[in-house]
Design a protein around this ligand. Structure first.
Ligand SMILES: NC(=O)c1ccc[n+]([C@@H]2O[C@H](COP(=O)([O-])OP(=O)(O)OC[C@H]3O[C@@H](n4cnc5c(N)ncnc54)[C@H](O)[C@@H]3O)[C@@H](O)[C@H]2O)c1
Length: 260
């Protein structure tokens, strides 16, 4: 995997999972434009990682901000090889959500990434580049009391196929990765910062026996951007420790459930 001279835009880069993607790309030699609405955290990441990472404060739900982001990337780096659509908002009132809440969730989680693909398509095509959209196990199964986030994540898997089909003739590959529970700000909050507790809670749903790490996800994102994945497009790769291979029987046969 030779990434020297390549340039990536990563959205939602300031939080734990996004920053794990940024770190993996920087380590691989990619010049990373780390994009987030959280300027304090994004700046701190850029300071930590040095010249291979530049933070750009940007609300991806603003067309003007997206235009400025792409113009900035092309003015400073002269190219865009990879786009990682990772930013998200989790707010989800399920069946009680208002129209405004629906539109905001879909705007950030689905539409903004789609528009960023549109706005970077020419630059990506010039390099034979790659897009990775972030899916989730949350977009593949029913979950009570949620609707906005899962609907957006399910739509991303379909959108990925449409984008891949639309851009294949321009040599741009578009894929998604779908993490299971991943050690992140949300999981850290829910577990009181106790990783062992998070792993114990995750184990029954993730046959590999733990929650994922940000770097587990980042390595697959990196692979999808690499030349090793040069013939892969329109695909979704689960990075979920086996979560999505199981049905409600949790991988146990009826005989097993009956105890015989
Ligand atoms: N954490 C998990 O267990 C998990 C599981 C499956 C999928 N995912 C996916 O991984 C990705 C990252 O998730 P996470 O858990 O790190 O989320 P997070 O909420 O911790 O981080 C999301 C980042 O997006 C940024 N953001 C939000 N709105 C923005 C906007 N309008 N403009 C720019 N940036 C904005 C936030 O500031 C934050 O830094 C998401 O796409 C999520 O769906 C996460």
């Amino acid at each position: 995997m030779n990434f020297e001279g390549k340039v990536a835009i990563v959205t939602g880069a300031a939080a734990m999972l996004g920053s794990a993607i940024v770190r993996a790309f920087v380590k691989a030699g990619v010049q990373v434009l780390a994009v987030d609405i959280d300027a304090a955290r994004g700046e701190a990441l850029a300071v930590e990682l040095g010249s291979r990472c530049r933070f750009i404060a940007c609300d991806i739900a603003s067309d003007a901000a997206l235009d400025a982001l792409v113009a900035d990337a092309l003015a400073s780096e002269r190219r865009i090889d990879f786009l990682i659509n990772n930013a998200v908002v989790y707010g989800d009132n399920g069946l009680e959500a208002s129209r405004g809440e629906w539109l905001h969730a879909l705007d950030v989680n689905l539409v903004s990434g789609a528009l960023l693909v549109q706005k970077t398509a020419d630059a990506l095509a010039a390099q034979g580049g790659a897009v990775v959209n972030m899916g989730s196990v949350g977009g593949k199964f029913g979950t009570a009391n949620r609707a906005l986030y899962p609907a957006a994540k399910a739509a991303i898997l379909q959108l990925t196929r449409n984008q891949a089909a639309s851009l294949a003739h321009r040599r741009v590959r578009v894929n998604s990765v779908s993490p299971g529970w991943t050690w992140s700000d949300a999981l850290s909050r829910m577990s009181g910062g106790d990783r062992a507790h998070a792993d114990r809670m995750a184990a029954p749903m993730h046959p590999l026996g733990r929650a994922g790490d940000g770097d587990d996800v980042a390595q697959v994102v990196l692979f999808l951007c690499s030349d090793a994945a040069r013939f892969v497009t329109g695909a979704d790769i689960p990075v979920d420790g086996g979560f999505s291979m199981l049905g409600p029987d949790q991988g146990r046969s009826a005989r097993d459930w009956f105890g015989g």
